[in-house]
Design a protein around this ligand. Structure first.
Ligand SMILES: *Cc1c(COP(=O)(O)O)cnc(C)c1O
Length: 492
């Protein structure tokens, strides 16, 4: 068995909301949920969601903007967040028939819903048109489909037009989505409106959503979109809103030094200068070519200092070449600013917890901890989820632990140990996290591993049912009134 020095192993300490600590402390109640629903569990809380919304609202009010926040539903499947958005008076961005239909059934106001889905079939368009839900148009075939459906129902369809392919600082940002900025004005002014091809489409506003996390690009895209609205205005067409989509950053980690140290060590690891810190020395986007480390890590910027409302503020303060900010340009025109945050509204709103099924040492001498879950239950487009999980000892079980668990098989039980967390799919690659974890001790069967801050995309976006495994159960932790730190669980 290999030992590694815990001091040299890079840690990535997550920011943890107090509700999570409380849930992990009340172990009895937690273990009951595992007995009832099995592993893994996704546990959510609504207070952080409300607090995140409040940060956006305050910022938008500070700049005296008319506004509408729409929660991007695709980031999490729970209905509870839709109900909470509804209760707090903000909207939901939907992308499929079921997402939209559920929102309508849960009583969301149609004027606080938007349909932005990448593919809209006729059934979905009918649902939106019948209910007066704003449809964001991506291409001409979609315009034709919405026109047909609206004509069929003799009901004008509220539409916005998505813009993509912005040119920022001389470079065109490729996008598969939307119409080019140069196409939008003629589309709306020449083809929409009575007597025209798209006579049943009622133009309301403009929309974009950019890939990546650049504030500058978003600022520049917003300026271009305002220019489009001005050109339309010269032709007598009013833009009531501009929607700048989502992609607002989240700050996941406590410590900048840990973040920097991690990449230094990843670099050294890829060069073979130290024990690997990832499974099979995966470079997370870095590769060694002719002795040199190439590429950049393809990971989410888990540590960043411009998250949520600060990120929004930088977009609002982006200036045109006369020094006017986007916020003041929108205000002058009385255009409503809309945003569609998904991940960032869910910051601190959920965790994923799995039970330890086994421990073993592999042929390389690495400790493998088998979890009752699979990697699709903790997956995003980032090459790895760079937050240290928390090991929760399950005292009740450990007292029942067979005596042979304490024998020479696990001689370093009480010492820090490096381990890989492995999952239930019969794939060599079903490693839940690529990173090697430094655990305080060898876990016991029945212990719990808690992954922090997983509600935005991590738990739901890529989950699959291979081997006919059931999807994870989603619970909402509600504070028990009058009992601080006490939560009761409700299934979503
Ligand atoms: C994904 C998406 C969002 C949400 O993005 P986040 O990064 O979760 O904030 C908003 N709008 C559209 C159109 C999207 O595709």
């Amino acid at each position: 068995m290999k030992t590694i020095s815990p001091e040299l192993h890079p840690r990535l300490t997550p920011i943890i909301d107090p509700w999570v600590q409380a849930v992990l402390t009340d172990k009895e109640r937690l273990v009951e949920q595992f007995a009832r629903y099995s592993s893994p569990l996704n546990i959510h809380a609504l207070q952080p969601f409300a607090a995140n919304y409040a940060l956006y609202r305050q910022k938008l009010e500070q700049y005296r903007l008319r506004h509408l926040v729409l929660f991007a539903r695709k980031a999490n499947k729970c209905q509870a967040f839709v109900q909470e958005a509804n209760r707090l008076g903000f909207g939901v961005d939907t992308a499929s028939y079921r997402e939209l239909n559920e929102c309508l059934e849960l009583g969301c106001r149609p004027d606080r819903l938007v349909l932005t889905g990448a593919i809209k079939d006729e059934r979905l368009v009918r649902l939106a048109v019948q209910n007066n839900v704003l449809i964001i148009l991506d291409n001409l075939d979609e315009c034709r489909l919405v026109q047909q459906v609206a004509q069929l129902y003799r009901k004008p369809a509220n539409v916005g037009v998505r813009i993509g392919g912005f040119t920022v600082e001389g470079q065109t940002l490729y996008s598969r989505f939307g119409f080019l900025p140069a196409e939008v004005v003629s589309l709306v002014s020449e083809r929409f409106g009575s007597d025209n091809e798209f006579s049943w489409l009622q133009y309301r506003g403009l929309h974009f959503h950019l890939n990546g996390y650049s504030r500058r690009q978003r600022g520049a895209a917003l300026l271009t979109t305002i220019e489009c609205s001005d050109a339309l205005s010269e032709r007598g067409i009013t833009t009531t809103f501009i929607d700048i989509g989502g992609g607002f950053l989240v700050q996941y980690l406590e410590d900048k030094q840990e973040w920097e140290h991690f990449f230094q060590e990843l670099n050294r690891s890829v060069q073979g200068l130290r024990e690997p810190i990832t499974f099979e020395n995966n470079g997370l986007g870095l590769t060694l070519i002719d002795g040199l480390v190439r590429g950049t890590p393809t990971v989410y910027p888990y540590y960043n200092e411009t998250a949520k409302e600060k990120f929004l503020e930088e977009i609002l303060l982006y200036e045109d070449n006369r020094g006017q900010t986007t916020a003041s340009l929108l205000r002058e025109r009385n255009i409503e600013l809309r945003l569609e945050p998904g991940r960032s509204l869910l910051d601190q709103a959920g965790v994923t917890i799995a039970r330890v099924a086994f421990r073993k040492w592999d042929s390389r001498g690495d400790l493998l901890v088998g979890l009752e879950m699979n990697r699709t239950q903790l997956m995003s487009s980032s090459a790895d989820f760079l937050l240290d999980p928390i090991l929760v000892s399950n005292n009740r079980l450990s007292s029942d632990q067979p005596a042979d668990d304490r024998d020479e098989e696990n001689p370093i039980q009480a010492q820090p140990v490096g381990a890989y967390l492995v999952g239930a799919y019969c794939l060599e690659q079903d490693i839940v996290l690529k990173r090697k974890m430094m655990l305080d001790r060898v876990p016991l069967v029945g212990d719990l591993v808690c992954f922090i801050n997983t509600a935005g995309y991590m738990m739901h976006f890529f989950e699959s049912e291979a081997h006919l495994f059931e999807l994870a159960t989603n619970l909402i932790a509600h504070p028990v009134e009058g009992q601080r730190g006490r939560y009761r669980y409700e299934r979503d």
